[in-house]
Design a protein around this ligand. Structure first.
Ligand code: HSE
Length: 418
């Protein structure tokens, strides 16, 4: 029988995820993992655990030689980075759920893992209960990953579901997401797309070996989605979701963005409601695969932390295979996107930047159009995020550079112009 390592845990944070983990561990004695100490910031909050477990002194955990694993599930990303770096340097394995911290410090965290040889696992940081990172690492460990598209933020998906299906207004839906423990303590992180792009930043590393600061990735959130957009979606029999997507182009580079998208009913992602997340992977010979599960909340997130702890018993480490064992991919900036844009006034829309506009409705108070834009236009300007302008990608929005001339010609023919 294999002898598993005994895990003695120092836990940072006892909020939605930390307390969830505490309860989940009590229900899984077979893991032989025990929490030795919990470091918290606020001692005035009532905690559902023995007082002797808690401290406010982080060194009590970081310098305790009997603690071999640090689980870090706190809110502040800079403090989290300090804790994680010290823990790794002090010879401890680390499990973290801090997506913002991981996204913003990835190069340093990669260096620290190489320098210390310690495991640093963070399955819970993206799509909570869905084992997406370990799948990208272990199963899609080759270069046949053609594309990946996903709903990676539970709160925005929850809000969109509640608004469009249960007719709640935005504020009510957000409040509910906060009460249920899905939303970030600063909910604009969810609503404006920061949380989604943070997760996407390191999913791109595991999927394609790309390392890019989230600020440099193309993204927005659901902040400008308007009732008109929902009406148009309903007329087309589609839904609107905040979708993170990456696809390998013909030239080998990777197109990537996190932008709301119209999702037809027969798309796998149409099935993803409320705080669920979903990941559709397209690979060389397997065609499409769909992963689905709860992407936020106490127990779903704790379940992924638990699985990381379990993997630490046999010293599992991410190898970052796409980064270290393959030729890493680079991001593309030469493709086009077919977009829907709704807006209040034509003066906010640079019509001349569109390759073509194939549909427009300009009579009502809120106007909209469907057209094709070079991705560079979205990367370099922000008219599409300001003045209450709402940009939503059409299904399968990517048009390759080489296809554009052909399609242009075809659309002219269809319009009866040539
Ligand atoms: N606020 C995050 C979400 C929590 O809604 O997805 C899980 O990462």
């Amino acid at each position: 029988m294999t002898h598993h390592k005994q895990l003695s845990i120092g836990l940072f944070g006892f909020g939605v995820v930390g307390e969830g983990l505490y309860k989940v561990l009590q229900k899984t004695p077979s893991l032989s993992a025990s929490i030795r100490k919990v470091c918290i910031k606020d001692t005035t909050k009532k905690r559902n655990a023995p007082a002797s477990l808690f401290t406010t002194d982080r060194d009590e955990l970081l310098n305790d030689e009997d603690i071999n694993v640090i689980v870090e599930v706190i809110n502040e990303s800079e403090a989290a980075f300090q804790i994680v770096s010290t823990a790794l340097r002090n010879g401890k394995s680390v499990v973290s759920a801090s997506k913002k911290m991981i996204a913003e410090h990835l190069p340093e965290l990669l260096a620290l893992q190489q320098e210390t040889g310690q495991s640093f696992l963070y399955e819970s940081a993206a799509c909570a209960s869905i084992p997406v990172i370990r799948n990208l690492e272990e199963y899609y460990d080759n270069d046949l990953l053609h594309g990946i598209k996903a709903v990676v933020n539970g709160s925005t998906n929850f809000i969109l579901t509640k608004m469009f299906e249960d007719k709640l207004d935005f504020q009510q839906a957000l409040l509910l997401a906060q009460q249920l423990g899905f939303a970030e303590s600063d909910p604009s992180l969810d609503v404006d797309g920061y949380d989604a792009v943070n997760k996407w930043a390191f999913l791109l590393t595991h999927a394609y070996g790309i390392i890019e600061h989230p600020e440099n990735l193309l993204f927005t959130g659901i902040q400008n989605i308007h009732a008109t957009d929902a009406k148009v979606a309903a007329e087309k029999g589609q839904q609107i979701k905040l979708v993170a997507q990456a696809r390998k182009l013909n030239d080998g580079r990777v197109a990537s963005f996190v932008i709301p998208q119209f999702v037809p009913q027969d798309d796998h992602l149409a099935f993803v409601k409320n705080e669920y997340n979903g990941v559709v992977i397209e690979s060389g010979f397997a065609d499409k695969q769909f992963f689905y599960g709860k992407g936020a909340g106490s127990f779903p997130t704790a379940s992924a932390v638990l699985s990381d702890l379990s993997a630490l018993r046999y010293d599992y480490k991410y190898e970052y295979k796409k980064l270290y064992h393959h030729q890493p991919n680079t991001l593309a900036n030469n493709f086009y996107l077919r977009v829907y844009v709704s807006f209040t006034d034509w003066k906010y829309i640079p019509r001349e930047k569109f390759e073509w506009i194939e549909e427009w409705h300009a009579r009502e108070e809120r106007k909209y159009l469907v057209g094709v834009l070079p991705v560079k236009e979205l990367m370099e300007n922000n008219w599409w995020k300001t003045n209450a302008t709402s940009l939503i990608l059409t299904p399968d929005p990517i048009i390759e550079d080489i296809a554009i001339q052909q399609l242009k010609k075809k659309s002219l023919e269809l319009a009866g112009i040539v």
